[in-house]
Design a protein around this ligand. Structure first.
Ligand SMILES: C[S@@+](CC[C@H](N)C(=O)[O-])C[C@H]1O[C@@H](n2cnc3c(N)ncnc32)[C@H](O)[C@@H]1O
Length: 237
């Protein structure tokens, strides 16, 4: 009991030490999906739909949903008719989503347990920011993607309108932790969320890092005024 209590009030630090991040998400898992919907004001469903659209998946394609957590993102991708596998290194998150019946693999984004050229598309939603070495994860995603395949990264980003950006940063630092205290199984993790979003590169900086990892024709699209950005790239055929 004492251990559970300790784990449930645990947050990772911004150096994102992998076992701290994994334990933090183990603690968040129980009410993860509900908390997302509450703190995003219901926008999470639109962002997931837009991610699926950006991937332009076709029935029968093989898709890796990396850092898939409870598999809620994987279920959305599966609506395309593509075969989608969820991978994550938090066994707690995977266990919380087991009822969804999507194929799940425990694995680290920085050393993916898949062969080269395995997937038609690879995607990561709200996960890349949490990986200790995001550039290594981007290179790993390139390795497991087939030539001609594509990547979509969905991640929190920088709102483009200055007044909205200021209000949003206030929301992140003040209101979000309070809302999370009311709904989450690990409210401290949402203080980490706020800090990690503020420290994350903006749209242009992230596009440069995606390209530096070897992805071609990298472009992005803002959702909800830049609260979220979708970055897309291709592996040269
Ligand atoms: C905010 S959740 C996102 C879950 C899901 N993609 C979604 O859209 O709701 C971030 C996930 O990234 C996972 N994660 C962080 N670093 C990872 C790594 N190095 N390898 C695999 N998963 C990782 C965490 O365990 C967590 O489940």
């Amino acid at each position: 009991m004492a251990n559970t209590k300790q784990r449930d009030s645990f947050r990772a630090s911004l150096d994102k030490e992998p076992h701290e991040v994994a334990s933090m998400f183990d603690g968040v898992a129980r009410r993860y999906d509900l908390t997302n919907t509450v703190i995003s004001g219901g926008q999470d469903k639109y962002w997931r739909w837009a991610t699926r659209r950006a991937l332009a998946l076709r029935p029968g394609e093989r898709v890796l949903d990396l850092a898939a957590g409870t598999g809620v993102s994987t279920v959305e991708l599966g609506k395309s008719g593509a075969w989608c596998v969820a991978a994550d290194f938090s066994k707690g998150m995977l266990a919380a989503g087991r009822h969804r019946g999507v194929p799940m693999v425990a694995g680290d984004a920085m050393a993916l347990p898949f062969a080269d050229d395995s997937f038609d598309a690879v995607t990561i939603s709200y996960g890349l920011r949490n990986v200790a070495d995001p550039d290594l994860a981007l290179r790993e995603m390139l390795r497991v993607t087939k030539p001609g395949g594509r990547l979509v990264v969905a991640e929190f980003s920088t709102p483009v309108v200055p007044v909205f950006r200021t209000l949003y940063m206030e929301y992140l630092m003040k209101a979000l932790p309070a809302v999370a205290r009311a709904v989450s199984s690990n409210p401290d993790a949402y203080v980490y969320l706020a800090e990690s979003v503020r420290a994350w590169p903006n749209q242009r900086q992230l596009a440069m890092r995606v390209a530096a990892a070897g992805w071609s024709s990298v472009k992005w699209r803002n959702l909800s005024g830049g609260v979220v950005a979708l970055h897309r790239g291709f592996k040269l055929g």
